[in-house]
Design a protein around this ligand. Structure first.
Ligand code: TNX
Length: 795
């Protein structure tokens, strides 16, 4: 009897021990299969890394050597901290045999014949699968390619204490248990295409940041870096045959060919990558399994090119504004010289980038330019075309010719297939025609029925869907970022599932789910960071990418059946945030939730909450910690923020449901030097005291411009906050100017200059009855127009 109980207990212990251990690995992205074994592998002095791949052996060694707390110093070897890597040629079976049964070693093996039963990769792509076996004796990672091996190492690193990522922080006081749970892991990706895009035109990111992104993204098993190298606001790649592109086109500001934009201010702003820099960078990325896809965005989004070579743009009498508010940013497609220029550029790109693909953009062309350009119109007539979309198709066809002539495959945003979609509508499968080769990849970026039509047309399609994967969208209502597609919370970013999406889109459009064949054209997933709103703070790109990129990586790598948001978030909480922190990523910290109930402020957060109670100041790491409910009659004086290890913190929040101040809404009239208003953004929007709407002027500001808010009756108030720009979006605000106010409209008192688009009138001491507030512009602003808001008049 006793024995039975004991064995039941033992079995239970083993069972719970096993499942608990499985949970404890907390790997992101989640592997296909993990079987936990008994025991641990312990890293001991004299540890050997044996490999037939120099890069991977050295890569892993560097982590183990640099990790704080790991003390392998007693080793007999002459290597730092006793890690001895032995590089074994692949053909040398004897050496493998010798080490296979030895203790205290890590074997990293590339084996051409390595295969996992249920995984088959496309012949053109390297196999990315790996098997990781950890026993008490040793660790073996096997793969058929360097990228497979690299991913096995990423999983192994995640099985070590998170400290392994603290490079150069040799804090020996942090002794860790350097053991690895014994386990059998078999793993391979859901999609062959797992990408991230960075817009380096709107803001320039130096090459060091690009290196860091490669480290961070490849640690999440992402394998494509889509480098958006040109756009309206800066040209970023050295082209030796056309040096002006970077000499002039890489810079904006006073006296430059490109005007200031997106917060770059009244100074020379910009930068570019030299070909030499790029060559080294490519190699670095390649070693880490990342292929780079360079993008030159044409024929729209081409202001940088057109500003350097005005002849390359359309010569239309009027100026048409693109969705981003740019003019003169479209290439003249009827001009042969344009194609010679592009051929030179693509030629250099093709030579520089060893990858298969070149992305030519093709998005968001404002056709009105072509409708008015005499050359484009003549060309259209000559060809007997009716639709400007034919001009777009002609241009992209030329791009296809150029890109293929340099031995590469053309890719483009979804718009490059507009004409194909139009022509194929309602056609049967055998009647469907494609303009471009069936290798051309389309980028689907909007969640609409076009997505299913791309697949029907038979183009491989990368899903970079704005509603889920545009990480320039804000995380939550009160954070910075665009909202045009959606608010993209971590959970929303995790929810992307292209198969399910096209099923329901197909249901809407064709009354049935997408076919297996159609789904087979889903190439994979990408996240993207557009950078209009990223001028500050310096590390905001990290905030926007992480942790959402972790969610994207799991959607791209892990089978849909194994995905579960709660489980994912649990792994983030238990270990992955710490890994990110140790990697040095300034990721976004979830703000706390604070409610006011029965006279008490009650806070909820997974992190430490700190607060201030002076009605405005922002909590920092020296602010008091909220360690329980706070009793107060003045909840609106409190501000809260969540802190991850003191130096990463969330946005500052107010208790839920408590307005920061009560605003007055006196009857107000406007007098201004601006003449017109843009459709949809009337001037009356700034006197209705609806803070979500705003007025957009017809042009950018000039020195001497003014906007006067005149109150029907003088107003008694404590403060007036004059905000500019799009509400909650740091765009098209007032960069150079100040506010003044008056009680009689004869004497004016100067208040503050605009800083970060905001100026404040403080009337708490003077208690004046203010009858008018005036904005004075001292210089132009950096948008094509000015967005103006209602005054926030505090009681
Ligand atoms: C759309 S998606 C764009 C970009 C903007 C972005 C902002 C696409 C191909 N173009 O030019 O930066 O929205 O979210």
């Amino acid at each position: 009897m006793k024995l039975t109980i004991a064995s039941v207990c033992l079995a239970a212990l083993l069972a719970t021990g096993c499942s608990k251990k499985e949970n404890n690995l907390n790997i992101v992205p989640k592997p296909v299969s993990v079987e936990i074994r008994n025991g641990d592998f312990e890293l001991r002095p004299g540890l050997k890394i044996i490999s037939n791949n120099v890069f991977c052996a050295e890569y892993l060694k560097e982590y183990l050597v640099n990790a704080p707390g790991i003390d392998l110093n007693n080793a007999q070897s002459n290597n730092t901290k006793g890690i001895n890597s032995v590089i074994v040629p692949a053909e040398n079976e004897d050496v493998w045999k010798e080490y296979r049964n030895k203790e205290n070693c890590i074997l990293l093996v590339i084996d051409d014949n390595f295969k996992l039963d249920d995984y088959s990769n496309n012949e053109d792509e390297p196999s990315e699968a790996y098997a990781l076996n950890v026993s008490r004796r040793n660790i073996t990672i096997k793969a058929a390619s360097q990228s497979g091996l690299y991913y096995g190492i990423q999983t192994l690193l995640q099985m070590l204490p998170a400290n392994v990522y603290c490079k150069d922080v040799a804090d020996s006081s942090q002794k860790e248990n350097w053991t690895v749970q014994a386990a059998d892991i078999k793993d391979y990706p859901r999609y062959a295409w797992r990408g991230y895009m960075l817009d380096v035109s709107r803001q320039f990111f130096d090459i060091d940041f690009c290196y860091k992104l490669v480290d961070w993204m490849s640690a999440h098993k992402l394998n494509k870096f889509h480098w958006h190298l040109s756009d309206d606001n800066g040209w970023r790649i050295e082209i030796k045959s056309h040096p002006e592109l970077t000499e002039k086109g890489a810079w904006r500001g006073p006296g430059e060919v490109l005007p200031e934009a997106y917060g770059s201010g009244k100074k020379r702003y910009g930068g570019f990558y030299t070909q030499e820099e790029i060559m080294k960078f490519i190699e670095y990325a390649q070693d880490r399994g990342i292929e780079i896809i360079p993008e030159i965005d044409m024929p729209g989004h081409s202001k940088a090119i057109v500003s350097v070579y005005p002849w390359a743009g359309c010569t239309n009498p009027s100026e048409f504004v693109s969705v981003n508010g740019e003019t003169k940013n479209i290439l003249c497609v009827s001009n042969d010289k344009v194609y010679t220029l592009i051929d030179d550029i693509i030629g250099e790109l093709a030579e520089l980038f060893p990858g298969k693909y070149i992305h030519i953009g093709g998005d968001e062309v404002q056709f009105k330019n072509w409708e008015e350009c005499p050359h484009c119109q003549a060309f259209l007539k000559e060809n007997g075309w009716e639709d400007e979309r034919e001009l777009q198709r002609y241009f992209v066809r030329k791009m296809d010719e150029i890109v293929s002539s340099h031995g590469k495959i053309m890719c483009g945003w979804s718009e490059i297939a507009d004409m194909d979609l139009k022509n194929n509508k309602g056609k049967s499968e055998d009647e469907i025609k494609r303009t471009f080769s069936d290798q051309t990849i389309l980028w689907a970026w909007k969640e609409n029925t076009q997505c299913i039509d791309f697949l029907k047309t038979g183009y491989p399609t990368v899903f970079q869907i704005a509603q889920y994967s545009y990480f320039d969208m804000k995380y939550s209502e009160f954070e910075r970022g665009h909202t045009w597609a959606s608010i993209v919370s971590l959970e929303k970013a995790y929810a992307i599932n292209p198969e399910k999406m096209v099923d329901s889109l197909s249901q809407v459009e064709y009354g049935k789910p997408a076919s297996e064949k159609e789904k087979s054209y889903i190439k994979g997933l990408q996240c993207g960071l557009w950078c209009e709103l990223l001028n500050k703070p310096a590390r905001f790109a990290e905030y926007q990418f992480f942790p959402r990129a972790c969610a994207l990586s799991e959607s791209a790598w892990t089978n849909e059946n194994s995905k579960n948001y709660e489980d994912f978030y649990g792994r983030m909480q238990k270990k992955h945030f710490e890994r990110l922190y140790n990697m040095g990523i300034a990721f976004r910290v979830e703000p706390p939730l604070v409610v006011y109930e029965n006279g008490k402020l009650i806070g909820k957060s997974d992190y430490i909450i700190r607060y201030t109670c002076d009605g405005g100041s922002i909590p920092d790491s020296s602010s008091p910690v909220m360690d329980g409910p706070i009793e107060t009659d003045t909840p609106n004086m409190y501000r809260f923020a969540a802190f991850y290890k003191d130096d990463l913190k969330s946005i500052t929040i107010l208790p839920q449901g408590i307005a920061p101040a009560e605003y007055l809404n006196p009857e107000t009239n406007i007098e201004t030097s601006f003449k017109a208003e843009v459709k949809g953004f009337p001037m009356s929007n700034i006197t209705d005291y609806d803070f979500s709407t705003y007025w957009r002027t017809e042009r950018m500001a000039r020195k001497g411009d003014y906007i006067t808010y005149r109150f029907a009756e003088p107003v008694e108030c404590s403060r007036i906050v004059v905000e500019s720009g799009i509400p909650n979006i740091d765009m098209y605000g007032i960069t150079d100017g100040y506010v003044e106010y008056s009680c009689d409209e004869i004497n004016w008192v100067k208040a503050n200059d605009f800083v970060d688009n905001v100026s404040v009138i403080d009337n708490r001491e003077n208690k004046l009855k203010i009858s008018a507030v005036r904005i004075i512009f001292t210089n132009s602003n950096d948008g094509l127009n000015v967005s103006v808001q209602d005054l926030k008049i505090e009681k």
